[in-house]
Design a binder for this molecule. Structure first.
Ligand SMILES: [Zn+2]
Length: 464
C-alpha cells in the first residue's frame, strides 16, 4: 500500500510519463508469457449452430495459458485446445448423471422420507438432473469413478470438482438418510461405543424421537451425524484421489471451487488447488486477497479467483488486485453472476472482450511485475507516502516502474479502462511529478468524464 506524494526530486521529464496510460504500453501482442491467464469457459462454445460465442476465439484472443472448470466430453472440441497447446481441467459435480443419463434416486442423496434432495439454490434452476450423488452409495461411487476416469482419458491435466462438499453440504438441508448412510452411521457410532436408544438406524431414531427433539441426546447425535457426513466426504475423495492418480499414470491435478477462498474445511484440503468464488458485494483489498493466497500456499495449494460481477470496472479492479496479490483472476467470460443465480440459471457474464483485452495483455506481457514487490527501502526512496484509502501498489519490472491506482468504487460508468487520462489535482490543474497527488480523488479526465473517486490506473512512473 503505497501512494500519494511524489518526490520533488523527480525530474521534469517524468511529467510526461505520468500521463502515459496503459494503452500506450500495450502496443503489439505479447508472446506466451509466464503470467497465468486463465479462462473458465464453463461449457465449450459454440454449443450449437445458434451460439455466437466461441471458446477458441476467446482463448486465442487472450492468449490464455490454461482453461479451468470446463464441462466438456467432446473429443473433437478438446482436440482444438490440444492443437493450440492449451492445458485444460475438466469439471464434474455432484449432479453428474449415472449410466442411464439421469440423477436417479437410487444413487442420490435422500431426505428423511426417502426423496432425492435438491440444493436450495438450485430449486429454481431449469436443470433436468438436479439431484446430488451420495458418497456413501457404491452405485454413485461407480458413476463418479467412471466419469472421472473419462476426464483422464480426455487428456485433461486435472479434474475440477464443482461443489466438492457433497453429503457434508447436504447435511445442512436435510440429507443424506439413504440406507447406505444409515448403515455407515451405525458403524460410526459403534466405533465410538454409542447407540441410538434401540432404534435400528438414525432415520428411524429421528422419526420416533419426536417429543424428544430438543433433548441433549438428539442434539449430540445431530452433531455426530454432521461430523460423520463430513468425514464420509473426506474419505470418499481421499480414496478417489489416490485411485484416480494411479489410473492416470501421469501427474494429475485435483481442483475445486473453494468459496470465498476457504481452506479450513478438511474436504477442500484433499485438493491441490482452488478457484475462490468471490461474491460481487465483497470488497476485497489486495492485502485480503494476498492473505488468502498466503494461506493456500501454506497448505501447499494453488489459488486463483473468480469474481461474480458483471460490472466491468469492479472486475478490472478485482483482476488487478488478484494479480498484485501474486495470484490470478479468471477472465470474466462465461462467468456465473451470483446475484442473478436464484432467478435465472443461464445468467452468465460474457465480458466485452475489447475492454478486458488491454488489461490482460498488460498482465500477460509483464509477468515479472506481479511476482516482485518493490522493497520498502526502494519505495521510500521514491518518497511515496502510504495510504489505505486507495489500492495502490508500486511495482517494477525490466520495462519500468509502475504505479497501480484503483479507487474503492468503480472508475467510470462504462468504457475503456485504458483510455488516456490526465491526472489533475482537486482544483483541475494538471499534475506534474512535482505535485502532491494526495489524495487520489484528484483524478479527472480532460473531458471531465472521470469523477471524484472513480479512478483506475496503471501508471508508468519511471523507466527502468
Ligand atoms: Zn446417503
Amino acid at each position: 500500500m503505497i501512494t500519494k506524494q511524489l518526490n520533488k526530486s523527480f525530474t521534469a521529464s517524468h511529467t510526461l510519463m505520468l500521463a502515459v496510460f496503459v494503452s500506450a504500453m500495450l502496443l503489439g501482442r505479447p508472446a506466451r508469457s509466464q503470467a497465468d491467464v486463465v479462462l473458465s469457459s464453463r461449457w465449450f462454445h459454440p454449443k450449437d449452430d445458434r451460439d455466437t460465442l466461441s471458446t477458441i476465439k476467446i482463448a486465442k484472443a487472450f492468449n490464455v495459458t490454461r482453461i479451468d472448470w470446463m464441462y466438456c466430453n467432446n473429443k473433437t472440441q478438446l482436440q482444438q485446445l490440444q492443437q493450440l497447446n492449451i492445458p485444460y481441467s475438466l469439471a464434474i459435480n455432484p449432479q453428474t448423471p449415472d449410466s442411464a443419463g439421469y440423477t436417479t434416486a437410487k444413487t442420490r442423496i435422500l431426505d428423511i422420507n426417502g426423496n432425492p434432495l435438491v440444493a436450495p439454490w438450485m430449486k429454481k434452476w431449469k436443470v433436468k438432473n438436479p439431484y446430488w450423488g451420495c458418497v456413501n452409495n457404491p452405485l454413485f461411487k461407480e458413476t463418479f469413478y467412471t466419469q472421472t476416469k473419462n476426464i483422464v482419458d480426455l487428456g485433461a491435466y486435472g479434474v475440477f470438482v464443482d461443489d466438492a462438499r457433497f453429503n457434508d453440504h447436504a447435511a445442512e438441508w436435510g440429507g443424506c438418510y439413504c440406507d447406505y448412510c444409515m448403515t455407515a452411521f451405525n458403524k460410526y457410532l459403534e466405533s465410538k461405543n454409542e447407540s441410538l436408544s434401540g432404534a435400528s438406524n438414525y432415520r428411524e431414531f429421528l422419526k420416533t424421537s419426536g417429543a424428544n427433539a430438543g433433548s441433549p441426546l438428539v442434539a449430540q447425535l445431530k452433531k455426530e451425524f454432521r461430523q460423520f457426513q463430513s468425514q464420509s466426504v473426506v474419505n470418499f475423495l481421499t480414496t478417489w484421489k489416490a485411485d484416480l492418480s494411479a489410473y492416470a499414470k501421469r501427474p494429475f491435478k485435483f481442483l475445486t471451487n473453494n468459496y470465498n477462498g476457504n481452506w479450513d474445511s478438511p474436504i477442500y484440503k484433499v485438493f491441490d488447488g482452488g478457484i475462490a468464488e468471490i461474491p460481487s458485494n465483497k470488497e476485497l483489498t489486495t492485502g485480503k486477497i494476498g492473505g488468502i493466497v498466503k494461506k493456500a500456499t501454506a497448505f501447499g495449494k494453488t489459488q486463483v479467483f473468480s469474481y461474480a460481477s458483471d460490472n466491468m470496472t469492479a472486475n478490472a479492479k478485482f483482476i488487478i488486485q488478484a494479480y498484485l496479490a501474486g495470484s490470478a483472476a479468471i477472465i470474466p467470460w462465461d462467468a456465473l453472476v451470483s446475484s442473478n443465480v436464484e432467478n435465472n440459471y443461464s445468467q452468465r457474464y460474457y465480458a466485452n472482450t475489447d475492454q478486458y483485452l488491454k488489461l490482460f495483455d498488460f498482465i500477460s506481457g509483464h509477468p515479472g511485475l506481479f511476482k516482485n514487490t518493490i522493497s520498502t527501502k526502494e519505495a521510500a526512496a521514491l518518497n511515496l507516502a502510504s495510504s489505505s484509502e486507495y489500492i495502490t501498489e508500486l511495482r517494477r519490472d525490466k520495462t519500468g516502474t509502475y504505479l497501480f491506482i484503483c479507487a474503492p468504487d468503480s472508475i467510470r460508468q462504462a468504457g475503456d479502462i485504458s483510455s488516456p487520462v490526465t491526472f489533475k489535482n482537486i482544483s483541475g490543474a494538471p499534475l506534474s511529478m512535482f505535485d502532491d497527488i494526495t489524495p487520489c480523488r484528484i483524478m479527472k479526465s480532460d473531458n471531465g468524464n472521470w469523477n471524484v473517486n472513480t479512478a483506475f490506473a496503471i501508471l508508468k512512473i519511471k523507466p527502468r
